[in-house]
Design a protein around this ligand. Structure first.
Ligand code: HEC
Length: 160
């Protein structure tokens, strides 16, 4: 049995929660609108770089990145995506060439495919359900194109 003042308090709490949901939703919609705008081609160098990797289909590394990764890693890779901000995730800067060069292709492939939980980066989700191996390899190439100058893929052969 809630007292009248208890009821008012509950009502206020519900209102605040509803308002918060609306705000989050609006941010989400805005972000979607920003992402669906044609990506500025500041990284034209990556086009030649990615050629021959088979990324000619509609879901290229770049488009997959914008639709699946940018919400956390940021449209440019700086780690300033709104979801990362919302969840207070500590993101690395993927535009830092010196840092990205230390990441091996195979490591990136594994963390994208299986998620970061077993690699000490629990905030990074697994994408094996959404993306096939080719798309994941294209994403690795795309990530290396985010940092100027473009990174060279490391010849690690097949993943694993
Ligand atoms: C829910 C947020 C989120 C999404 C969405 C997300 N990531 Fe991550 N990712 C993280 C976090 C958190 C880390 C660990 C911190 C870091 O390294 O930036 C991480 C780490 C990584 C790393 C390793 C970087 C390193 O420093 O070791 C790669 C590569 C990566 N993500 C690629 C991707 C790709 C590609 C996608 C899209 C298919 C993606 N991520 C989507 C949150 C996310």
């Amino acid at each position: 049995m809630a007292s009248p003042s208890g009821c008012r308090w509950l009502l206020a709490l519900t209102a605040v929660l509803a308002a918060a949901l609306v705000v989050v939703h609006l941010v989400f919609l805005t972000q979607r609108a920003v992402q669906s705008a044609p990506a500025a081609s500041t990284h034209t160098a990556s086009v030649a770089f990615a050629a021959g990797v088979g990324s000619t289909g509609p879901r290229t590394g770049s488009s997959n990145y914008q639709s699946h990764c940018a919400s956390c890693h940021g449209t440019g890779g700086k780690g300033d995506g709104w979801t990362a901000w919302l969840y207070r995730l500590k993101m690395r800067d993927l535009t830092d060439a010196a840092y990205v060069q230390t990441l091996r292709d195979n490591y990136m492939f594994q963390i994208i495919k299986h998620g970061g939980a077993s690699l000490g980066k629990p905030g990074m989700p697994s994408w094996s359900q959404e993306l096939d191996d080719r798309e994941i390899r294209d994403l690795v190439v795309h990530i290396r194109s985010l940092a100027p100058p473009p990174q060279q893929p490391q010849a690690t052969g097949s993943p694993r």
